[in-house]
Structures are given as structure tokens and as C-alpha cells.
Write a protein that binds this ligand. Structure first.
Ligand SMILES: C[S@@+](CC[C@H](N)C(=O)[O-])C[C@H]1O[C@@H](n2cnc3c(N)ncnc32)[C@H](O)[C@@H]1O
Length: 403
């Protein structure tokens, strides 16, 4: 069956690359389309040069930030960096101050969070810097260039800062410390499925004129039905949603690389019951182009971000199976308050712009409730962490019910 067509502008070279793959191999899964749109090595949205380091005329438009397509917490205020560093300090205590403490950041974007975490470390616990190894796992050379730029002050001081383009480059058990990410998992490719005439079908992407259209077909992999079975998810007729197989593979790799410590995942998303609930019958796929949100993945191909909300129950279950135990699940507001946001912001003028920016991260109708925080642990006994002091979810909401 063919759906309505969206023929829209985009990066014409990338459109040609995707169309020629379709002509060679047949329709693509949506996950493969999303992978090419975001991460094609030459023309993918995150991969094309767009760093602030060189003048805008010589490079593409900014991606993340006020002059880009969307903004993230570190664009708003360093409060999240301060809180993450406090959480890292607590884990450092639980690990008895190892001779090498690693902070591994996945998909660090422009490098603002890394810069602000290191600034906080330098200010409140400079003794930690000499034991610290900061490792950024970043697949995009353009993003890496921006990270190098923003971390210049620490690179000059000779701090141990390293990069890898994929977790697969790292050794098993290489990390003692914290593996964290902010808005990384939502950028991983997803499969899409729909229920039609009582049976589950996968959404495939086909060529359609100068752009792309959709076809429904049998599932490309048994992993999709296993994923839904594991979550005890029964989708009703007409329901369309995303399946996060890549996120499950990623958490397995995280487990391989972590020896002892925690995994801290911050992103917008839900527990499985909320994710596949009746209010999301069209799924959670969203695209960002110049701060305009749409559900049109075939528009602005290679020039817009494509994201899907995170199924945190799926991550938690896959983590448990791999060897990562759940320490807790909360939202961004509770995480920040638990780590002392109030004290961190004390002293700021009530009406100041800075306080208003920081409050955006806390407010329920800002980022405070939409963003969730999952903490998993390994090699340390059920830690009771400051970031998990307040939990707005019933015990078992994450792994209970279906999972
Ligand atoms: C939405 S941005 C994250 C923004 C950033 N964490 C922040 O707080 O501003 C997603 C980032 O993940 C990177 N990325 C996506 N998939 C990746 C992968 N498989 N391995 C490494 N980096 C990846 C992208 O290049 C980009 O830097």
C-alpha cells in the first residue's frame, strides 16, 4: 500500500544517494532511511560541516543552538552540567576515588556540556582533574570539531580528553566511572510499524518522484516482534509507532565497555505503558527545522533533525539482561532538585535572565517533566544517589507491568 507522498526540498546529493540505494536494494526500512538522512558520511544532517569554528559561508548552517534547528539543555544554562558533575562526584566516592576516573559522554553535540562539566570540576573539585579522563564518543567529524573548539581551554592545559567515533573502538571494561548522554538516544535510528487489517506491518521507504513515499510490508526482523512481546505491548488497529532496536544494541555495547560505575541517560521519553498508550497512536517521531517542529521526515532531507522519544523501559530491560541494574528513574526537574538546584541557583536575582533560563530546565511545562533520567549501575551495590532522591513514578513503573 502506498501512503501520501511528501516531495520536499532537501540536500539533492543525499536524496540521490538514498534513491540509488533503494533502486539497488529495494525499499528501505525507516531505520535505514533515518540513518542515511542523519549519518550518511558525506551528506547526513549531523555529518556535513557546520561547525562554528569556521565562518558560516564556508560551512553549513548550525544544527544545535539558537541559530540552528533546535536547542538542548546546555544551550539554556550550565545548571545541568553542575548537577551532572555533583552526581559524578558521588559516584567517585562510591568507587573510592579510583586512580583513573573516566567520564564517557555519548554524542556530545557542540561540546558545551563537556566544557561546563570540566569548568565545574575545576571550580569545586580541582583535585579530581588529575585523575580524570574525559572521553567523547562522537560519530560526526563536524560535531567533533565543535567539541574540540569548545574544549580548547582544557586541551591547552593538557587535560586527558580523548575522542572515539564509536563505542566499538573501546576495550571491554575500559570505563570505571560514568557513561552519560543528553539527547543522544532520541537521535538513534528507529523502525516504524503500523497495524493494518489486524496485522502488524513495517513502514518501508520507497522512491516517489523526486522524493520519497511509504509502503507497508512484512516485518524486516523478528527482533521487532520480540521487542513488542518483551514489553507486553498490544497495538490496536491503525496504531503507528517506533521500535528502538538500535537503542537496545547501544545499551548492550555500553554494558560491555563499563567495568564499574553508572550509566546516566537523559532524554525525552516514557515508560513502556505511556509510550505505547492511546494518546500516541501516531507515534512520537518529530523533525526539527529552524526551530519548527513537524512530523514530515521526507521534507528537508539532510537539512533537518529527525528524532523519536525514548522507550526507557526497553532500555532498562535490555540493560538488565546485559548486566546493568536499574538504580532509578526520574524526571529532569526531580534530578536537578535532588542534586541541589536550589542551592546552585541561590544568589541569583529573582528577575534575572539567568535565573529565568535555569528555571526553564526545572519547570514542568519547560523541560522539567518532559525530560526523563534513567540511571543504571554496575559493579557498585544498589547505590542510593542524590539525583534519584525524588522519584515521581511508582516503584516498578519502569520495569513493572509489561516489562
Ligand atoms: C541531538 S545531538 C546531542 C546533543 C548534545 N548531547 C547536547 O546536549 O547538546 C546527538 C549527537 O549524537 C551524535 N551521535 C549520533 N549517533 C551517534 C553514534 N552512534 N555514535 C556516536 N555519536 C552519535 C551526533 O553526531 C550528535 O552529536
Amino acid at each position: 500500500m502506498q501512503s501520501e507522498i511528501s516531495v520536499q526540498k532537501g540536500n539533492s546529493q543525499l536524496i540521490q544517494t538514498i534513491q540509488s540505494e533503494i533502486r539497488r536494494k529495494g525499499c528501505l526500512t525507516f531505520a535505514r532511511f533515518m540513518e542515511l538522512a542523519l549519518y550518511d558520511p558525506r551528506d547526513g544532517y549531523y555529518m556535513t560541516p557546520h561547525s562554528q569554528v569556521t565562518p558560516a559561508m564556508e560551512t553549513g548552517r548550525e544544527r544545535i543552538g539558537w541559530s540552528g534547528d533546535f536547542y538542548t539543555a546546555p544551550d539554556v544554562h550550565p545548571l545541568l552540567a553542575k548537577a551532572i558533575f555533583k552526581q559524578i562526584q558521588e559516584v567517585d566516592d562510591l568507587l573510592h576515588h579510583p586512580s583513573e576516573l573516566t567520564i564517557l559522554e555519548m554524542g556530545g553535540g557542540k561540546g558545551l556540556l563537556a566544557r561546563d562539566i570540566l569548568r565545574e570540576c575545576e571550580m569545586v573539585a580541582p583535585e579530581v582533574l588529575s585523575r580524570l579522563s574525559y572521553l567523547l564518543v562522537e560519530c560526526s567529524p563536524a560535531m567533533r570539531a565543535s567539541q574540540e573548539h569548545h574544549l580548547g581551554e582544557f586541551l591547552q592545559k593538557g587535560l586527558s580528553i580523548q575522542w572515539a567515533s564509536s563505542l566499538s573502538e573501546l576495550e571491554t571494561g575500559q570505563v570505571t566511572g560514568v557513561i552519560f548522554s543528553n539527547e543522544f538516544v532520541d537521535a538513534l535510528p528507529v523502525h516504524r510499524v503500523t497495524v493494518k487489517d489486524g496485522s502488524l506491518k513495517e513502514v518501508f521507504v520507497d522512491c516517489e518522484g523526486e522524493g520519497f513515499g511509504e509502503r507497508m510490508g512484512p516485518l524486516s526482523s523478528d527482533e521487532i516482534s520480540t521487542y513488542l512481546k518483551d514489553g507486553h505491548v498490544n497495538l490496536p488497529e491503525g496504531y503507528t509507532t517506533e521500535i528502538h532496536l538500535e537503542a537496545l544494541r547501544w545499551i548492550g555495547e555500553v554494558d560491555r565497555v563499563l567495568d564499574k560505575g553508572i550509566v546516566l541517560t537523559i532524554d525525552y521519553g516514557h515508560t513502556v505503558q505511556d509510550y505505547y498508550g492511546s494518546s500516541r497512536k501516531n507515534g512520537t517521531l518529530l523533525c526539527y527545522y529552524r526551530h519548527t517542529v513537524s512530523d514530515q521526515p521526507y521534507a528537508h532531507v539532510g537539512e533537518q533533525d529527525i528524532t523519536a522519544h525514548v522507550n526507557f523501559s526497553g532500555l532498562a530491560l535490555a540493560g538488565e539482561r546485559a548486566g546493568l541494574s536499574v538504580a532509578g528513574f526520574t524526571n529532569l526537574m526531580s534530578f536537578l532538585l535532588g542534586l541541589g538546584a536550589e542551592e546552585m541557583l541561590a544568589g541569583l536575582e529573582q528577575e534575572s535572565k539567568e535565573l529565568q533560563s535555569a528555571i526553564h530546565l526545572l519547570r514542568p511545562n519547560g523541560m522539567g517533566e518532559t525530560f526523563k533520567v534513567l540511571i543504571q549501575h554496575k559493579g557498585i551495590k544498589a547505590p542510593s544517589l542524590m539525583g534519584l532522591r525524588y522519584r515521581p513514578f511508582f516503584e516498578g513503573a519502569l520495569l513493572g507491568g509489561g516489562l
